[in-house]
Write a protein that binds this ligand. Structure first.
Ligand code: ADP
Ligand code: MG
Length: 686
């Protein structure tokens, strides 16, 4: 058995089990070994039967004196009853609806039982059991009579299965190569890899388990930081095409805008333009709240790139957003006569002229397109952009090194294009370094002046009808409305049930006269785009949706954002929803509904009424709900953290320092490098 041995080759893993393990991302022995328990059940106390106390969680070690099934007709259940004896006495044990137990457990078998003694002190109900056999000696138990690891399991994979498979892997722990530098292990008194693995899965006591956990928490963040820093180093050492700043052109362009740039916009544009001028690669994240005016900043960068005769790509996560950018850029660059292409799965045009796929690709590949705007269709292999100097990606924070390299190959000078990512997701300061140590940041902090604030109100049930009346009025005067529903039933993964219910209620009872659309996660992305398109075309006035509603989508005619079950969302996410309205000339509103009346929840939601600063809201989320809830962490492109926490700022600081020191010393071992390579600082376009 080796780390890369497929899990299906382990004993007792058939096709079904392998498929179920796959749902837990366990495909190889390594995946299994690094699948850590999230807690332990303490059954380490093994007592004589005579000493058992009512209600205690305990283990016993004895022999089965009697075991039999009985049918309980009244309750229509099967009851397995057994008597277990040790030197001190006899205990009655029952299990329900496990008739097959009598096949595994026979009179005379030596077993351990772990569980809770009932209130009489004379019986155990449904304890865990483990038979002592030739292979499983006392003291070597994995399910009983110890600190028992508890794993996140999934439909059909049991705790026992996971523990059993892990017990098969224990013998190889000693042969695994340590990848953490020995100075770090020494400095922090961490257990070595093999000891840590043994003690995170099958610890002899709490202290050992805790030490192991600390090691793996450190290690997880450490590997991520190293990966980020290495990627930064690689980029820092890469040459980029220097793009000359064309001052007069830029000034004229700005002068012709119908508004004055804000100070933040000027600062960010300047940071980007300066980066572009250097013969070094730009790798920058432009962050700014919804409506803060990122587009112009990007346009100024594009202007300089294109006017220098270079090409650029602007990539959006969906077709609608790509088309939106295409329209905006065509308007902005009307005078410059840049040749602008739209390329998505379904749409191909250049400067408004529809073309076939072959035609558009040939235009691009022959250098007859200056700016290529699209979905990830633009980075497919058949697209070869010569003199590509800049790639801008919307709402995708990190662009994998691989994607960058693949773009590099297409540039005939062998250079990687500069990279600019833009996002409306406010990332709290404390997380920025952890997530984006490899990117330089430009932040638009303040919205352009004279923005109408979106009137936000936490609405009580008593005023629900008033809210509906108001919505009806708005629709009558031609406006449109979003209604967002949370996922209520956890089995309802795509939120279909909840949103359907709300849809039917609104459609049939509340607003029978109004046309209503429906959007949820079960729709394919193409279907989602169709619904959005219809809403844009005003084919319906109300759109009922789960949280799948896209970031960045512009429906200027929508003026009301109504959110049901608002307490189930983070503040930053609510703020993102709110940003879907207030994009046109009309006064807009956001109504929050919540049936959670706890003081804390009400206070949290009330905060949204007075605060329209996405960064502040994200900080608040981080403080109240932890990093998993901070909107955008999931888009960060980082691998999911298994046991470490991004809120542990102290640990993060330590880890960052150690990672930096190690990289400066240039002493990264091959085994550590291999481990880092397994992480994918990925780009997940859907
Ligand atoms: P986002 O950052 O969400 O992408 P946009 O770039 O789409 O924001 O800008 C939102 C709106 O604000 C656009 O209609 C844009 O023309 C306008 N805008 C951008 N900058 C300014 C400014 N400095 N003053 C006034 N309006 C601006
Ligand atoms: Mg935008």
């Amino acid at each position: 058995m080796q780390l890369d041995t497929p899990i299906s080759e382990l004993s007792r893993v058939g096709k079904t089990t392998a498929a179920r393990l796959k749902l837990l991302d366990i495909n190889t022995v390594a995946d299994l070994i690094f699948y850590f328990p999230f807690r332990y059940e303490d059954y380490s106390s093994v007592k004589n039967i005579v000493d058992l106390q009512p209600n205690e969680a305990v283990s016993i070690h004895g022999k089965i004196q009697l075991i039999a099934n009985r049918r309980s007709f009244r309750k229509r259940t099967n009851v397995t009853e057994a008597l277990i004896g040790d030197d001190s006495g006899v205990l009655k044990v029952v299990w329900f609806n496990q008739p097959f137990l009598i096949k595994a457990l026979k009179t005379g078998d030596e077993i351990y039982l772990s569980g809770k003694v009932d209130e009489t002190g004379t019986q155990m109900v449904s304890p865990d059991y483990e038979k002592i056999t030739f292979a499983r000696k006392p003291g070597e138990t994995i399910h009983t009579a110890r600190l028992v690891p508890v794993y996140h399991a999934t439909n059909g994979v049991t705790q026992k299965q996971i523990r059993f498979l892990l017990s098969l892997t224990v013998p190889i722990f000693d042969s695994l190569e340590e990848y953490l530098p020995s100075e770090i292990i020494k400095k922090y008194a961490f257990p070595t890899l093999s000891v840590a693995l043994k003690n995170i899965h099958f610890p002899d006591n709490d202290k050992l388990a805790k030490k192991s956990r600390e090691r793996f928490q450190f290690e997880e963040l450490f590997l991520v930081q190293l990966a980020i820093l290495l990627s930064k180093k690689e980029m820092d050492n890469s040459a980029g095409l220097p793009v000359a700043f064309i001052e007069k052109l830029t000034k004229d362009f700005v002068a012709e805008l119908p508004f004055k740039l804000t100070d933040d916009q000027k600062k960010c544009s300047w940071e980007i333009i300066q980066d572009l001028e250097k013969p070094k690669l730009m790798n920058r994240l432009l962050e700014g709240d919804v409506g803060s005016g990122k587009t112009i900043v990007v346009a100024l960068a594009l202007l300089n790139v294109l006017a220098n005769g270079y090409k650029a790509i602007l990539m959006a996560p969906t077709e609608i957003l790509a088309e939106q950018h295409y329209k905006t850029m065509r308007k902005l660059f009307l005078k410059q006569k840049f040749r602008i292409v739209l390329l998505t799965g379904n749409k191909r045009e250049i400067d408004g002229e529809k073309l076939s796929k072959v035609e558009i690709l040939s235009k691009i590949n022959f250098g007859e397109a200056d700016l290529i705007i699209g979905t990830h269709a633009v980075i497919q292999d058949s697209v070869q952009v010569k003199d590509l100097a800049l790639v801008v990606v919307d709402e995708q924070h990190r662009f994998g090194v691989h994607q960058r390299k693949s773009l590099m190959l297409r540039d005939n000078k062998g250079l990687t294009p500069h990279f600019l990512s833009m996002t409306a997701t406010p990332i709290p300061r404390s997380l920025v370094l952890a997530l984006y140590g490899d990117l330089d940041l430009s932040i638009i902090k303040h919205l352009p002046p004279n923005r109408k604030t979106i009137v936000t109100k936490l609405v009580g049930e008593a005023q629900r009808q008033d809210a509906y009346n108001f919505i009806e009025e708005q629709v009558k005067s031609g406006r449109q409305v979003f209604v967002i529903c949370p996922l209520i039933d956890p089995s309802d993964k795509f939120g279909y049930k909840s949103v359907k219910q709300e849809f039917e209620k609104l459609d049939q009872r509340i607003f029978p006269e109004i046309k209503i659309g429906l959007m949820h996660g079960r729709l394919k992305s193409k279907e989602k785009e169709e619904v959005m398109q219809k809403f844009l075309n005003k084919e319906f006035s109300i759109l009922v949706s789960t949280s799948v509603i896209e970031v960045g989508i512009d429906v200027p005619n929508a003026t009301i954002m109504m959110i049901e079950g608002a307490d189930r969302f983070g503040l930053a996410q609510l703020h993102q929803f709110r940003g879907r309205v207030g994009r046109g000339e009309h006064q807009s509103y956001c109504f929050l509904f919540s049936d959670n009346w706890s003081e804390l929840t009400q206070k949290r939601l009330k905060y949204l009424e007075s605060c329209s600063d996405g960064f502040k809201l994200a900080e608040k989320d981080l403080e109240l709900r932890g990093p998993g809830e901070v909107c955008g962490v999931r888009q960060s492109g980082l691998p999911d953290l298994k046991i470490a926490s991004l809120t542990d700022v102290e640990l993060l600081k330590k880890v960052q320092l150690e990672a930096k020191t190690l990289i400066e010393k240039k002493e990264i071992s091959q085994s550590l490098l291999n481990k880092i390579k397994q992480l994918k600082l990925a780009m997940h376009f859907e």
